[in-house]
Structures are given as C-alpha cells and as structure tokens.
Design a protein. Structure first.
Length: 250
C-alpha cells in the first residue's frame, strides 16, 4: 500500500472508529449499573466489534458456527494471532461469552474502561496471587452460565505459528467439568501484525470445532495434560492444510 493510501486509511479509521469507540466504550463501562446479567454489555460490545470489522474492510469466513447456541456454556479455547482476534470472535461466536484478558489492556483509553468496569475478566499474568484471583473470577463467570474465551498461548503470535498452551483453561475445565470448545483463528496476523495498530483489510477464517467433553479426562492421572494436548492438536489441525506456517509442537 502506498504512503498516500496508508494515510487515507488512517484518517478513515480514526474518523469512523473514534466516535463509535467512545460511545460503545462508555456504554460497556457503565452497563453493569443497570444490567447485572451482562447481556446489554455483550450486545454493545458486539456492535463495537462489528464496526471495527466494517471500518477495517475485514471479512470473516466462519465454519462451524452452528455448533454454538446462546445458552451453551463452554470454556472457549482459541489460538491468538493479533490484537484483532477479540473483534473477530465476539460477533461470530453466537453465545453469551466473555473474555479473559491481560491486565495491561486496562491501560488503553476507552477500551480499558470497558474491560475494567464491564463484564469481561482481567488477569495479572505476572503476579501469582492476582492471577489466581483472575481464574477465580473466570470460574464465577462460568458458574453463572457465561462462556469464557481464553487465548491459551498467553500472548499473540508474531508469525502466525501456534505456541504451546498455558494451563489455565484446562485447570478450569478439570475443576468445573465444563466442555472445551476449540476455535481456530487463521490469517488475522496478516490483518494486524504484532506491533501494528492499523488493519490491512482482508479475510480472516474462524473454525469452530466440536466440543471436547472433559468428563473422561477428570479420572485420568494426567488428564489435564492430555486435555491440553488434544485441544492444541484440534486447533492446530487446519494449519496443516493451509499455506500458514505449521504450529510448534506441544
């Protein structure tokens, strides 16, 4: 893209998304004052995310979306390719879900307000006691019947290659007995590469896999590790049939 077109795109996105972000951010941050269920929060955040997709000229190719119903409660585990992933998933996962997000995002103006005072869960990854509180809060959301999306790699991939998954999602699965819903996100690292904050436009692929029942893993001595491996391999499988780099081994 030429320098001129890049500048035009920046102006377009700032002009369109600034007012939408301000309004939606404030509505999300204050929504729990009058709707403790979080459904209004979820609706407004969907509108916000759809606006981001539209303004960035991004299309989403969704496969398996019919496997999710509004009242289903899952621990949704996804790979993580860019800052853009939550905007892709929120309007395309058709159930009542929340995000487990890193505490650093609370420092971002407007978005941080929505995350801090809204219905998603923030976690401090670098303080063990605070991280434990974040997982406890996540468990509470699950017990309220809300699904939670967890990017199990713990950070974004710089090149699209999947990294080994952290334990958090699988510890929660073993503790609650809730099924894991594996989700694969492909090509989003090209839309917004790590370190960049302007979207390139294009198409992102989202694949919703069959849920994984955790019951059989709960009776195994190494059940958590086995569940982690199965989930990783399920999410990684589509990459072996695409032009994207293959995931790193578990």
């Amino acid at each position: 893209m030429t320098s001129f077109l890049q500048k035009v795109k920046v102006v377009w996105m700032v002009a369109v998304l600034s007012p939408i972000t301000l309004v939606c951010g404030i509505l999300c941050a204050t929504s729990l004052w009058f709707d403790r269920s979080g459904q209004y929060y979820h609706f407004v955040s969907q509108v916000w995310c759809r606006s981001i997709l539209w303004a960035g000229f991004v299309k989403v190719q969704l496969t398996g979306g019919e496997k999710i119903k509004w009242d289903d409660t899952f621990i949704i585990v996804s790979n993580h390719q860019s800052h853009f992933d939550p905007a892709v998933l929120r309007p395309n996962l058709h159930n009542n879900h929340r995000y487990l997000a890193k505490m650093e995002l609370a420092k971002i103006p407007v978005l941080g307000w929505a995350l801090k005072y809204g219905d998603d869960v923030l976690i401090d990854r670098f303080k063990r006691a605070e991280a434990a509180k974040g997982l406890d809060a996540t468990e509470q959301k699950l017990r309220e019947g809300k699904s939670v999306v967890i990017f199990a790699e713990g950070t974004r991939s710089e090149d699209g290659v999947m990294r080994p998954f952290k334990r958090g999602a699988f510890t929660l699965a073993m503790k609650t007995g809730l099924p894991i819903l594996p989700v694969t996100v492909m090509e989003s690292y090209k839309i917004m590469p790590k370190g960049k904050f302007i979207m390139n436009g294009g198409e992102v692929k989202v694949i919703v896999h069959d849920p994984i029942d955790t019951a059989s893993f709960m009776t195994q001595a190494n059940g958590e590790a086995a569940l982690n491996e199965l989930t990783f391999n399920t999410i990684a499988a589509p990459f072996h049939h695409s032009s994207q780099p293959a995931p790193a081994a578990v």
